[in-house]
Structures are given as C-alpha cells and as structure tokens.
Design a protein around this ligand. Structure first.
Ligand code: A5P
Length: 225
C-alpha cells in the first residue's frame, strides 16, 4: 500500500518535468519512484539533464540512461524533486534519514523550485517528532557532541547494521538528535546547532519547499501550492 502511494506521487512529480529542464534528483524511497518514472519518460522522448543528491540516485539515473550534468559546471536547476522525513504546515522540513542532507540542501537551494513528495505519514504539526539528523565532521567529534549535549541536544551517532559508524558521502558522521518533544522553535534550534564548530549542517530545511505533493492513505493525491 505504502509503496503504491510513493509510486503514484513519484509519477505525479515526473509529470511536472518538461522538455529541456535541468532536474535535481532527490534521495530516498519516494525519490526512487520519481527517478524511475523520469527514466520511463526519457525513454519515450523527454529530454532532460540531471544532477543527483547521492551516489544511489546517480547510479539509478545513469543506469536508466538519464544524461547527467557536472555539479561543478552547474549553478542552477529548473526543478528539484525529493522526499522528506517530516513537513509542517509552514512547509518547514526535516530531512536526512537517508544521510544525504547536505547535498540535498545544496541542490534544493540551486533550484527554481523544490517539489516535495511525501505520503501522509510525513505531515506533522511540529517538527521533531522523530530524529533530527545533523552532519558533523569526524575531527574532534567528541567535543562537537559535548557542545551539542551541553545545549540539551541529545542523540546518537548513526551506525550501520554492522555496528560501524555511518559515513556520509562527504566523509562525515551523522548525529541523530532526539527531541524530548517536538520543537516549537526549529529556526532557533537550527541556528544554535549550526553555530557549533564541527557541525556541517542540520536536516532542517526552511524556505526551500515549493509545491508539496501529498499522497493520502485513501489513495487521494493533493498538491499543496
Ligand atoms: C535522504 O537523505 C532523506 O532526506 C530523504 O529525502 C528522506 O529521508 C525521505 O525519504 P523517504 O522518501 O525514503 O521516506
């Protein structure tokens, strides 16, 4: 059921991609369906060029024959399509469960519009229901975590299934902050966390979401402007 919803919203997002567009590809299980649908459209004659927010999405696109842009020769995108872990009524989001938050934020900010594709389970009144991923550099990470904890941001360093620390594509760690209750001041939290030396970025995404395509469990798809 969940997969069908993700597939449907992925296809919906692919319908927003037009001939000649430069497209940013998100990361995650919902973005996967968007990329698949885009591949199908390209096979039928749609011509686009893309940038990917992760190796996974890059590999999927290349395998499907989508021509890719060079990240260092590209300064803007027409559209960026990605999922989210949480989104509130002001279209503020938490992203990064898939570990690609830094590249995702870069592509989202390069893009004329970010299209967010989420199922109903991602809609929240307040952000921080689940964890907030924060990317930190490995150097002196103990001190970075100490700073975070002193400010009250408690969490865990992300690990892989084999027990080793998860390493991002930027060769960093992810610290997943667990709020004791959802935050009422995400901008303030973002600011406080970002100001700690060693922190690369947080999974908060503000002022980036354009249209939001929501898939409801009853099969309805709603586009929020
Ligand atoms: C990847 O780093 C994340 O930001 C994803 O975009 C987010 O976790 C949503 O993923 P799903 O579509 O798999 O829920």
């Amino acid at each position: 059921m969940h997969e069908e919803i993700k597939k449907a919203i992925g296809e919906h997002a692919a319908d927003l991609v037009h001939q000649g567009m430069h497209v940013g590809l998100g990361t995650g299980s919902t973005a996967f369906y968007f990329i698949q649908s885009l591949i199908e459209k390209c096979k039928k004659g749609l011509k686009v060029k893309a940038l990917a927010s992760s190796q996974r999405s890059y590999d999927q696109a290349i395998k499907g024959g989508i021509p890719m842009l060079d990240i260092n020769q590209t300064t803007s995108l027409d559209i960026y399509v990605d999922g989210a872990d949480e989104i509130d009524p002001l279209k503020r989001m938490i992203k990064g469960k898939g570990g690609a938050l830094v590249k995702e934020k870069i592509l989202a900010s390069m893009s004329r519009e970010m299209i967010v594709i989420v199922d109903q389970s991602k809609l929240v009144d307040h952000l921080g229901k689940d964890v907030l991923p924060v990317e930190i550099i490995p150097y002196a990470y103990g001190s970075t975590l100490h700073h975070l904890e002193k400010l009250g941001y408690k969490g865990t360093l992300r690990k892989k299934d084999d027990g080793n620390l998860y390493i991002t594509e930027n060769h960093n760690y992810i610290y997943d902050i667990a709020f004791s209750s959802p935050t009422l001041h995400p901008e303030k939290d973002h600011e406080m966390i970002r100001n700690i030396p060693g922190v690369v970025d947080t999974g908060f995404f503000f002022h980036l979401a354009g249209r939001v395509i929501v898939g409801f469990f009853d099969g309805q798809i709603v586009i929020r402007p």
